[in-house]
Design a protein around this ligand. Sequence first.
Ligand code: ZN
Length: 293
Amino acid sequence: MDPRAYRVRSACAALFAAVLASGCFNSPTPLAPGLHGTVGVPNRGVLTESAELPVRGPGFVRFRPQSTHYFGRPRLVRALKSAAADVARLAPGGAPLSIGDLSAKTGGRIPGHDSHRSGRDVDLLFLVTTPAGASLPSPGFVRFEGDGLARVDNSPDYVRLDVDRQWLLLRSLLTSPEIGVQFMFVCREIEALLIDHARALGEPDSLVWQAETVMLEPSDSLRHDDHVHLRIACSPEEAVAGCSGGGPRWQWLPPSDPVRPLEAQDWDQIAKDDPFDLATLDANQPTAEARGF
Ligand SMILES: [Zn+2]
């Protein structure tokens, strides 16, 4: 073999081995120092700089207190705490929101989920009452029918969806300054109950439309009649650092690309700052004598 071709092949093989050793292109590595935070898509991503949801706080408890899958983007954790506190403040005296899995501390696959890998997903159990309307702690993942009732497993008891407080929770998350809601995966019957309720309250059309847009019954996974799966959208800054995918870019969210195309005046400005421009150097730099050489 021609020695030059051999050297090129060896260099390619070494590069390929380095890429393999680094894991993959979508992971933060010394070879990809710009990737951090929520990296990749929700069902194939990882997570750095995560925050942990406490075991309990005003208006919420963890469904699995001892689990290690309560990490997410710090802004998601803040938004959850804030939304739970809003519900407790606006409808006091009710049972706390029970919060299911978020992600592992460094993301990646966790049992029982395809997504939840990049710190942007969380399962929220439904807020419930007795059939007569008294608030109750969540009995767990119980499946609701279109009438808003669910039979509690291994029990003759039924619980009712607390439509009033569930709407307050949804509204707080939708209007949170911390997050943009990408999706709330939930079955159609519960979406209908919540939207009917919002319209009866006279909520603004734009808010009701946003709620209708983000609520979705998935066609390729569980119906989500026993919990809501919340996914937040990438922020523009996260998108630059590797966050991607997970759903359409809703028109009310900030554009995902914070870098605008360069315009003529930008190029002029760049040309003005050219460090090798002799005219600029002559005008601005002190002479050799002035610098004491
Ligand atoms: Zn989920």
